[in-house]
Design a protein around this ligand. Sequence first.
Ligand code: AMP
Length: 504
Amino acid sequence: MNIAAWLRRAGRGFGALPAVMHGDRILQDYAGFAQRAACLATGLRSRFDLKPGDRVAIVAKNTPAYLDALYGIWWAGLAAVPINAKLHAAEIAWILENADARLVFADDSLGTAIAERRPATLAHILPLGGLDFEALMTGEPMPLAERGPDDLAWLFYTSGTTGRPKGAMLTHRNLTAMSYAYLTDVDPTAPGDTLLHAAPMSHGSGLYIMPHVARFAVNAVPLSGGFEANEILDFFERRPGTSMFAAPTMIKRLVEAPRDLAPGTIRTIIWGGAPMHVADTLAAVDKFGPSFAQIYGQGESPMTISALPKWVVGDRDHPRHLDRLASAGMISSAVEVRIADADDQALGTGEIGEILVRGDPVMAGYWRNERATTETLKGGWLHTGDVGTLDEDGFLTLKDRSKDLIISGGTNIYPREVEEVLLHHPAVREVSVIGRPDPEWGEVVVAYVVGEVDANALDAHCLAEIARFKRPKAYVFVEELPKNNYGKILKTALRDMDTEAAGA
Ligand code: AMP
């Protein structure tokens, strides 16, 4: 099944329902949205000699035209390659070449930079939005292209906290299973509900589009095209029934914004992509009510490894509430999860090992990278590279990746545990804990801190909450922590910075 069949169905049966918003303005109903996708599909297939399965990239900030492009591509039977517009032009060029993209839709501001480094296989660079884009939709609508469940729909480039990004091949089956799991496990959306895209549609937020189209809900793009705390809070206030995906740092900014919303105003904010510390989750629920849910996934099993639903986040009376908040939730209804040792053998409850995943949302493999595919999908299980443990209630807790683990004086210290404690201190805004090589201890604990506080205060705070051997031997105060373009803290970069500073 072509994933765009959900749009055709909505356009036919519920054409008058609102489908696309820009700020407060409704731009398209479902009949209009489906018509635009079908006409753009005609434009793509007839004018550019594209064949089913050819890759069409999108490099753009969030805009309503993103939705047209995505669905036009699918309607035509092509595969979409959404690329983060914040990447460096050289990184974008690398992905365009690796994906063997034939055509790219790009923001006006990016078209020239892309043209300068254009790979030989990229035949067309078109603007996303504007008159030329609209002109592509002036032909007759084409019938929905037939696609099989294993055909490529979305080539999802991983965020690459180390090394080159890889293209996870997401098929129509993967996206369908992912959408069902979202509606089952996280947010059973209804017609008229709204999804607000404040995070990049090329990545985290874009995956949420499909389940919302499946349920005839509205996709809304903020006028700023991104995350402005006040604009987002205004939108929630004016439009009840709104949900949003947010990176943990975005939620922190909403909590810190000097204004309140009446409880129940926000339908759902889903966090994921990086750990959210328990103190931050509690502060968010205190301020906005129990509207928060968590998803743990990766490009290779999008949105679908585990989920912590709103009713669990809000269940303060549960005896294990804090443990559950610190977890990544229950296993997604669409997959099986195995915690495995180095030989892929299943480990028992409470044991720590690599998280392996199997099921319909798991990618078909990495694009033109057999070696990485064989390694990552060994034995039919996705090897996530993440480390975790399952408790007796079936909740999955992520542990630090093995390379982040600190071994000091022969004892394992988990950076997340120390970070949680430091974040309880009211003056600490952000923190990342790493190991620094040390001749005596092997490694010592070092905390990089953003906040108006001094080392003595933090030391006293740690002494009151964790074992002495876990507390940082050094604090480094910084304006900001190194992050990638998706807001993930780059511990490798931090370790490099630390080594450099030590050598200076
Ligand atoms: P990406 O493929 O870019 O979405 O990155 C996926 C990675 O982000 C995962 O393998 C995890 O390491 C991390 N991640 C995703 N969701 C969560 C979460 N809810 N909590 C902690 N880490 C997460």
